[in-house]
Design a binder for this molecule. Structure first.
Ligand code: PDD
Length: 285
């Protein structure tokens, strides 16, 4: 198969020829933000929401977007086509660009913008059938988790620790309450079939998938409680799941070794996943 094409600062180049400066602040300071949009049937899922959040993240770090939404969408579609991507995701990163190393923001630096695609089974990965196992770990991230920055080392370390403990992922805990997963939002369903998830604040990323799921759950008549929950409460839950652009609605069947419900993906989470996939198809662009 021919080499994948990536987008770097206005050009489409084979992966092996893609270049970013050593002095790029994304590389030196994690001074950049990103978005991940899933792709199904060759189309972008709920991309408008991701572009709104990209602009917000950039604004919070004092940057503006170097491309318009129309230009970004066109570029994303181009990249999907060039890489013949049917299903998977598209990653988009904007960093402050290259400048002599100094902590304060440089003036008039040209931002770097990069995008690539990754093929992946998002619609029906085998793990949906068995569900994820998670362990809880301390949340050691910074205080502005609402900004989708590329500073992902704490999340990466948590995911690695989870893997070393034989788990699929980690739920991070702060002051006794679950914040979110390493790269997803966390939810439980209690015995009254209420959907419980932490409210938005700077403690968690405002998931684009989360927003859609809460609207779909509400439409389907579910009661939603946006409040924090403890790991102990989660152990007692009837069902649990995580959400993100690449996992959609993904069942969690074990937390810190406690089986959730009967230890198998449950009906409420299955239903929410179906509702989300219908929604995703309706938003394709
Ligand atoms: N991660 N919380 C965190 C910390 C995340 O990194 C993500 C997404 C989410 C879910 O957000 P959304 O529904 O908008 O994807 C929540 C992406 C998928 C990633 O880093 O690969």
């Amino acid at each position: 198969m021919s080499e994948a094409i990536v987008f770097v600062n206005g050009e489409y180049v084979p992966e092996s020829e893609a270049r970013i400066s050593v002095f790029d602040r994304g590389f030196l300071f994690a001074d950049g933000v990103y978005e991940v949009t899933s792709v199904i049937e060759g189309g972008l899922v709920d991309n408008a929401g991701h572009l709104v959040r990209l602009r917000r993240s950039l604004g919070e770090i004092g940057m503006s977007c170097p491309m318009s939404d129309e230009e970004i969408t066109l570029m994303q579609k181009n990249l999907i086509e060039r890489n013949q991507l049917e299903q998977g995701m598209i990653y988009l990163q904007v960093s402050r660009g290259a400048a002599p190393r100094d902590f304060a923001f440089p003036v008039d630096t040209k931002p770097s913008i990069v995008a690539f695609t990754q093929s992946r089974n998002v619609l029906s990965p085998p793990v949906v059938e068995r569900g994820l196992t998670v362990v809880t770990l301390p949340d050691i991230r910074w205080r502005r988790r609402d900004i989708k920055t590329v500073g992902l080392l704490p999340a990466s370390m948590a995911k690695q620790r989870a893997a070393e403990q034989g788990a699929d992922d980690a739920w991070m805990v702060e002051d006794g309450y679950v914040t979110e997963g390493t790269s997803n939002n966390a939810y439980i369903i209690d015995r009254e079939q209420r959907l419980i998830t932490r409210p938005l604040s700077s403690d968690i990323l405002p998931g684009i998938t989360r927003k859609a799921i809460l609207a779909l759950a509400e439409e389907s008549g579910m009661e939603i409680l946006e409040r924090s929950f403890t790991p102990e409460e989660a152990y007692q839950a009837q069902e649990a799941f995580v959400s993100s652009a690449t996992t959609f609605v993904m069942p969690v069947v074990s937390i810190d070794g406690h089986a959730i419900g009967d230890g198998k993906p449950g009906p409420v989470v299955k239903r929410l996943r179906e509702l989300y996939i219908d929604f995703a198809r309706r938003t394709l662009s």
